[in-house]
Design a protein around this ligand. Structure first.
Ligand code: AMP
Ligand code: ZN
Length: 111
């Protein structure tokens, strides 16, 4: 089972910030900004490339949750949402996740 599936099942500990039946959100272990949260579906989807009409409802649910998670984290001045997909994007964990980054003025460049 992949590491983020284990985190969603709580067999691997994490600093959870939000959870419901379908979604889990937790602090990134190696933060790239003062606030760095990962939002994942509890079901295993490998990446953005693996989103389909059959599994995309949870993606909508993630994006409905993100503003609430960001507000709870104090990101009233804005934040960035990123999903790395595949080798060129340096995706290191092959379970769909959305990074929420904020808490400082972020770079104008994304790549
Ligand atoms: P990516 O490179 O987009 O696949 O991002 C994977 C992210 O997962 C990285 O920012 C890692 O720091 C983070 N990460 C890996 N393992 C853990 C873990 N056990 N708990 C929290 N974050 C993790
Ligand atoms: Zn997984």
């Amino acid at each position: 089972m992949c590491i983020f599936c284990e985190i969603a099942k709580k067999s691997v500990p994490s600093q959870a910030v939000f959870e419901n039946d379908t979604i889990f959100a937790f602090r990134d272990i190696n933060p790239q900004a003062p606030v760095h949260i990962l939002v994942i579906p509890k079901t295993h989807i490998a990446s953005v490339d693996a989103i389909t009409a059959e599994n995309s409802k949870v993606v909508a649910e993630i994006f409905e949750a993100i503003p609430k998670i960001a507000a709870n984290a104090g990101l009233a001045n804005g934040y960035r949402v990123i999903s790395n997909c595949g080798a060129d994007a340096c995706q290191s964990v092959k379970h769909l996740h959305f990074h929420i980054l904020g808490g400082k003025q972020l770079s104008e460049t994304m790549a």
